[in-house]
Design a protein around this ligand. Structure first.
Ligand SMILES: [Zn+2]
Length: 239
């Protein structure tokens, strides 16, 4: 087989290996992305829980104030009845003082209750808004998680297909030594055994290739490797 044909096969082989590497990376990265998305959901849940406890706090204060108000109102009724039962003027004066004081307290509590109702309404609105926002975001995140899971499933299937394709391309090379060399460089050079070049520069390490060598690489009748990184140099438009 002509060297030119072998180079073309090596170029194909590198393309398949690139794709396999991309798919394998995806299978490594996606679980991390999914974990990150789960963390975001947990953060939102925490925020929402805080908002809810604010609302519950206002509610509790409102109930307490309401209870006190009813107690004071009942007391006022009692005092009003009692004022006609007293025997002395002194006792009457005392009860009048109590009635006045209780009425003042009732007035204060009623004002407080009104304020709390306004606050409650505000907190309630705030909470509903947060809840709605959370549900919307959660839905988006769950959809993204589903997409990532599906992508992983698909890439696992694609890897099997691509590995098979690689076997067939390798068999076409019919050059065990060259194939071993390719795999050796690939293993030591981050998955890239071949540098596809268009100009007199190695695309693997960006070192300059002597002009005469570049001319020979373009011709494609001999296998050249980069002096610096050792990758097999193949001209992009090899025919
Ligand atoms: Zn190089």
């Amino acid at each position: 087989m002509e060297i030119r044909e072998k180079l073309k096969i090596l170029k194909e082989l590198q393309e398949v290996d690139d794709e396999i590497m991309r798919l394998k990376n995806l299978n490594k990265e996606n679980p991390l992305k999914i974990e990150e998305l789960d963390n975001r959901i947990a953060e939102f849940e925490e925020e929402l829980a805080q908002e809810k406890s604010k609302l519950e706090n206002v509610n509790a204060r409102r109930l307490k104030t309401d209870k006190m108000l009813n107690e004071k109102k009942a007391l006022l009724e009692q005092l009003k009845k009692k004022q006609f039962e007293v025997k002395t003027n002194e006792q009457y004066q005392l009860i009048q003082k109590d009635i006045k004081e209780t009425a003042r307290l009732i007035n204060d509590l009623e004002n407080e209750l009104l304020d709390l109702m306004v606050e409650r309404e505000k907190e309630e609105k705030e909470y509903r808004k947060k809840e709605e926002e959370f549900n919307r975001k959660k839905k988006e995140i769950e959809e993204e998680k589903e997409r990532l899971r599906k992508e992983m499933e698909e890439s696992s299937e694609k890897i099997i297909i691509k590995e098979d394709e690689k076997k067939r391309i390798s068999a076409r090379l019919r050059d065990e030594a060259l194939l071993n060399k390719y795999e050796r460089i690939r293993a030591s050079r981050g998955g890239k055994a071949v540098a596809i070049i268009e100009e007199a520069v190695c695309t693997g390490c960006y070192s300059t290739i002597p002009p005469q060598i570049f001319v020979e690489i373009k011709r494609g009748d001999k296998i050249f490797t980069c002096d610096v990184c050792g990758r097999i140099l193949i001209y992009k438009y090899i025919e």
